[in-house]
Design a binder for this molecule. Structure first.
Ligand code: 5RP
Length: 295
C-alpha cells in the first residue's frame, strides 16, 4: 500500500518569479509544438538566433563536383566547425561518422540532374527514414515560376505535413529555374510562398538590391545559399550584408568546401553570423586562421 504519511504540502511557489511567458527566440516559431521548437533550437543557436549550416548535398544532381569528390575526406573533417550539416541520406550514411554529433538537415528531394529539367523533382526520402537518421529538419526545393512549379510545391507540402506530424521542421529551398530572374521581387515571392505553405524556415539567395524587403516579407527565418564560388572576401561580405539585412544565417556550400581553407572560412562565417563581425573583419580572421594553419 502506498505510504501516505509523509506527503508534505508544497512550500516554494515562486511568488516573486512569474512563469516565463516569452515564447520562443525564433521568428515565426512561437506557436509550434515542443519537439518542433527543440529541433529548431538545434539548428539556430538560441543565444544568437542564427546558424552556420554547411551544405554539401550538391551531388544529388551535380555528381562529384569540385570539393565533393570524397565526402569522407573533404567534408567529414569540417563537421566540428559548422553548426549544422545539410546533405543527402546517401552522403550522410556513406561518409559522415554518426559520432560527429552534428544536427542534420536532410535533403529530401531528388529526381533531376544537371542534364535535365531542374524543377522536375519528387519527394525522395520517406519520413520514417528522416526519423531513423535523427534529422532535425527536411529540405526540398520550391521552383516558383518554373515548368514544374506545382509539383515542387506539392513536394514541400508533403514534407511539411509529414514533418509536422512528428515535430520535424521543413526548410523550403527557393530553387531558381534556368530562365528566372534572380531579383528581390522573385525571391520575395518565392520565400513568402514557401512560408505561407508552412515551411518553418526558408533557404534563399542574397541579392544586392532590396534583400531587406525579402527578409521583412517572409514571416519565418531565411538562411542564404552562397552560390558559385567567389573570392573569400566577397563571400564574407555577402554573408555580412545578408545578416545585416535580416537573414538568420547561411547554408553555404561551394564558398566553403571550394575555399583554399574551408575551416578558416567556416570560422570567418561564424564570426559574421554569431559575433556580429563585418565582412572585412571576418576576412582578416580568415587570413589569420589560414596563416596559422599553414605555419
Ligand atoms: C542546391 C542546394 C545547395 O545546398 C545550395 O545551393 C547551397 O550550396 P551553395 O552555397 O554551393 O550554393 O540547395 O539545390
Amino acid at each position: 500500500m502506498a505510504d501516505l504519511d509523509d506527503i508534505k504540502d508544497g512550500k516554494d511557489w515562486g511568488h516573486d518569479r512569474p512563469a516565463d511567458t516569452t515564447r520562443f527566440f525564433l521568428k515565426g516559431a512561437a506557436h509550434h509544438d515542443w519537439g518542433m521548437k527543440a529541433r529548431l533550437a538545434r539548428i539556430f543557436r538560441p543565444d544568437t538566433g542564427r546558424t552556420v549550416m554547411l551544405a554539401f548535398d550538391h551531388g544529388y544532381f551535380q555528381g562529384p563536383t569540385t570539393g565533393l569528390e570524397r565526402l569522407d575526406l573533404t567534408i567529414a573533417p569540417l563537421a566540428p566547425h559548422a553548426d549544422v550539416l545539410m546533405c543527402t541520406r546517401g552522403g550522410l550514411r556513406s561518409s559522415i561518422p554518426p559520432e560527429s554529433g552534428k544536427p542534420v538537415v536532410l535533403r529530401c528531394s531528388a529526381g533531376n540532374s544537371i542534364l535535365t529539367e531542374l524543377s522536375n523533382e519528387l519527394v525522395a526520402v520517406d519520413i520514417d527514414d528522416a526519423i531513423r537518421l535523427g534529422a532535425v529538419a527536411m529540405a526540398a526545393q520550391v521552383y516558383i515560376g518554373a515548368e514544374y512549379e506545382h509539383k515542387s510545391i506539392a513536394n514541400v507540402v508533403k514534407l511539411i505535413d509529414s514533418g509536422t506530424r512528428y515535430g520535424i521542421p521543413t526548410m523550403a529551398v527557393t530553387g531558381v529555374g534556368k530562365d528566372m530572374v534572380r531579383d528581390a521581387r522573385y525571391f520575395g515571392l518565392a520565400t513568402r510562398i514557401a512560408a505561407e505553405i508552412g515551411a518553418q524556415f526558408v533557404k534563399s539567395y542574397y541579392v544586392d538590391e532590396g534583400f531587406e524587403k525579402i527578409t521583412l516579407g517572409c514571416p519565418v527565418p531565411i538562411v542564404i545559399a552562397g552560390g558559385k564560388k567567389l573570392p573569400e572576401a566577397e563571400a564574407l561580405e555577402i554573408a555580412y550584408r545578408a545578416i545585416d539585412q535580416g537573414a538568420a544565417g547561411v547554408d553555404m556550400g561551394r564558398n566553403v568546401f571550394q575555399s583554399s581553407d574551408p575551416v578558416a572560412m567556416l570560422k570567418a562565417l561564424a564570426a559574421v553570423v554569431h559575433d556580429g563581425r563585418t565582412g572585412a573583419e571576418a576576412y582578416q580572421l580568415f587570413r589569420d586562421e589560414h596563416r596559422k594553419a599553414a605555419a
